[in-house]
Design a protein around this ligand. Structure first.
Ligand SMILES: [Zn+2]
Length: 422
């Protein structure tokens, strides 16, 4: 008897702490106008100090550095501002820095009014391989006391950096600009069962690439998109793992590809990504609020593509997924009482993940408000009947875990979809 009481007591403690530390998800989606607005471009330059003794640069794609001030011999203050306002707290930054001689400098990261420091600094010597700044070289000021959201962030931070003649890259997350993504797209397209096409152009004339994985023009379709929001790199990394699993050599993946075709737009917002935007496209708009009115070329391209595929094949989109990043791993699903082309697929999928990923309890937030469609998930579900969700990865989710979790999840999904296809 005593044992049971203790267990119950422990269980109640755990549930209390789970309630206070579990990410509760974003507030309901606001409908906002999505007609184009002006954006503030950043002035691209090498910022030179002491006759080129120390140089900061934002002259590359994916950069965000809006100004640098020298405070003294070894301390510099960087200012980061967004493409326009209002904008949410996802202040992206990325810059290069070098010096004539090896030395240590302090870089104080500051942000425009009401923004805070969100992304833990990553360093690279080649712009491709990244590692987190050593915590001993990092300090935070005026940090909030909340577990998640803007209230958890510091107002500014100091990084102590070892610099020298070789370029040091500093970035809020690993840098995956449109060139990096194209490189990955081309490597995927080497496979015999993967085709690459372009479904349109962004507002600044960058290609919107599409991959088709599996049976060409199959009636059984999936839609995958990622990077509507530029800094959401962990969502993009999860998407890569998801697709690499569908394109793998396993028996299951081969069988899946004989029945289904998976269409992918890996980089929905190439302009925002290359310009280092915090959130919006070159039209100054949050693309994931434009799936009802379709004012922007990027959302229009996907809509047109999906409608044409249905028309041409007389088939169906069974599944639609949009990869993002936020404060912690979370799944924004369609309420299971609303049935699409494969009822309960997403519920059973997430249940399967709970069973197969040890110690993992997916944080699921269903919604039954599907109209107006506004966001991609609602468009996939309402207009195509696709079982749909937003797959969100935390900013700081360990990269190995997110890859492994997504790999397992792709396998469960393929299994479930094969079982259910009539
Ligand atoms: Zn997002």
């Amino acid at each position: 008897m005593k044992k049971i009481v203790i267990l119950l007591y422990l269980a109640s403690l755990t549930s209390i702490s789970a309630q206070t530390t579990k990410f509760q998800g974003q507030p309901p989606i606001k409908i906002v106008p999505t007609t184009s607005k002006p954006i503030q471009k950043q002035w691209k330059a090498n910022f030179k100090f002491n006759s080129g003794d120390v140089v900061f640069s934002n002259d590359f794609e994916g950069a965000r550095l809006n100004g640098v001030l020298q405070e003294n011999d070894s301390t510099y203050t960087a200012l980061i501002t967004s493409e326009n306002t209002p904008v949410n707290t996802s202040p992206w930054y990325a810059f290069k820095v070098w010096a004539k001689k090896r030395k240590r400098i302090n870089v104080v990261m500051t942000y425009q009014e009401s923004a805070k420091h969100r992304y833990y600094p990553k360093l690279s010597t080649d712009g491709i391989h990244w590692s987190a700044l050593d915590s001993i070289d990092y300090s935070e000021f005026e940090k909030g006391d909340k577990a998640f959201g803007p209230g958890s962030l510091p107002i500014k931070v100091n990084m102590n950096l070892q610099i020298g003649p070789d370029t040091l890259w500093v970035s809020g997350q690993e840098l995956h600009n449109s060139h990096h993504v194209s490189h990955w797209v081309d490597s995927m397209a080497q496979k015999a069962f993967v085709a690459k096409t372009t479904i349109g152009k962004s507002r600044q004339d960058r290609d919107l690439n599409l991959l088709a994985i599996g049976k060409e023009d199959s009636k059984n379709m999936l839609m995958v998109i990622s990077r509507q929001h530029p800094p959401e790199v962990t969502g993009y990394l999860a998407m890569k793992s998801f697709l690499e699993t569908i394109a793998s050599d396993t028996k299951l993946a081969k069988k899946f590809r004989r029945k289904f075709v998976t269409y992918v737009v890996p980089l929905m917002n190439p302009d925002g990504v290359d310009n280092g935007h915090w959130r919006h496209n070159a039209g100054g708009v949050d693309l994931n609020r434009d799936w009802a009115n379709f004012n922007q070329p990027e959302t229009q391209a996907v809509k047109r593509f999906m409608e044409e595929k249905v028309e041409q094949t007389q088939g169906k989109f069974y599944f639609g997924i949009d990869f993002h990043s936020t404060w912690d791993d979370i799944y924004y699903t369609v309420d299971p009482k609303l049935e699409g082309n494969m009822p309960n697929l997403v519920t059973d999928w997430l249940t399967g993940m709970k069973e197969e990923v040890e110690g993992y309890n997916p944080n699921i937030r269903p919604s039954d408000k599907m109209r107006p469609t506004t966001v991609s998930r609602n468009y996939f579900f309402v207009e195509h009947g696709a079982e749909a969700l937003v797959f969100e990865i935390g900013d700081n989710t360990p990269r190995e875990f997110l890859k492994e979790k997504t790999r397992i999840s792709a396998n469960i999904l393929m299994q479930l979809m094969l079982e259910r296809l009539k």
